[in-house]
Design a protein around this ligand. Structure first.
Ligand code: NAD
Length: 241
């Protein structure tokens, strides 16, 4: 038997970057995975590559109605939801004088509202399943202040608050809620970030790989993490140490 045999797993922002690595890892361990993203061609190609146990559906995480359709699809095709990975996110930053209200609201909408809407949408399904695990992807920036990133940092600290409040609320239903805090991970979101920048800040002198974050996400999703909830899990090469 594999760790996620028969389990229904939702991954937002799963068409690319770290979310894609998580979707692949869950599928490789027997999970039935529903990927939600806004890049349909990429998502459909990935689902086709991974076979019948992986579906892709268009999901803008800021769209309240789209979330009910997303969870309905998962329940109909795969059964009650066991795992939600709130991974979709965007970078946002710059000197505060240059950040428009619109930039601010967009970062908060995708990174924080999206996590709220997703969590709210799956709790009834997880109660039906008799338990579940929600993994909220925050960041190093959800644990420490970094300059030129007020919207991103505020949104990622917000994810931590949501995680802790919800964890205390749903523990009685067997639902665990934790946050994961990646440091510098080599994905498109980092753009041209220079390796030398990373080497000066990170004790393990390299960027991380998406798969190194997937291993933490899968651990938290599994019964191995049965006594962990409301906690912050760093995968950052020691940056926050
Ligand atoms: P990425 O840009 O490669 O992937 C993000 C995915 O989210 C993309 O597939 C994108 O299409 C999707 N997405 C964007 N807006 C969406 C929306 N409104 N609805 C649904 N999907 C949407 O980025 P990544 O590096 O893989 O980031 C994944 C998560 O990890 C994000 O929450 C990010 O903030 C966080 N993170 C990344 C790093 C890093 O170094 N890469 C570090 C810390 C935290």
């Amino acid at each position: 038997a594999q760790r996620f045999d028969g389990k229904t797993i939702l991954v937002t922002g799963g068409a690319g970057g770290m979310g894609e690595a998580h979707a692949r890892a869950f599928a490789a361990e027997g999970g039935k995975v529903l990927i939600g993203d806004i890049v349909d061609e990429q998502g459909e190609a990935l689902a086709a590559e991974l076979g019948d146990a992986v579906h892709y559906l268009h999901l803008d995480v800021t769209d309240e109605d789209a979330w009910s359709a997303f969870v309905d699809h998962a329940e109909k095709e795969f059964g009650p939801v066991s795992v939600l990975v709130n991974n979709a996110g965007i970078g946002a930053g710059g000197p505060i004088e240059d950040i428009t209200f619109e930039d601010w609201r967009k970062a908060l909408a995708i990174n924080l509202d999206g996590t709220f809407l997703g969590s709210r949408a799956v709790v009834p399904s997880m109660k039906k399943a008799g338990g579940g695990s929600i993994i909220n992807v925050s960041s190093y920036a959800g644990q420490r202040g970094t300059s030129f990133s007020t919207p991103y940092t505020a949104s990622k600290f917000g994810v931590v608050g949501l995680t802790k409040a919800l964890a205390t609320e749903v523990a009685d239903f067997g639902i665990r809620v934790n946050s994961v805090h990646p440091g510098y991970i080599r994905t498109p979101i980092l753009g041209e970030t220079n390796d030398n920048v990373v080497m000066g800040k990170v004790p393990i002198r390299r960027m991380g790989r998406p798969e190194e974050v997937s291993r933490m996400v899968l651990f938290l999703a599994s019964d191995e993490a049965s006594y962990s909830t409301g906690s912050e899990f760093s995968v950052d090469g020691g940056w926050a140490a």
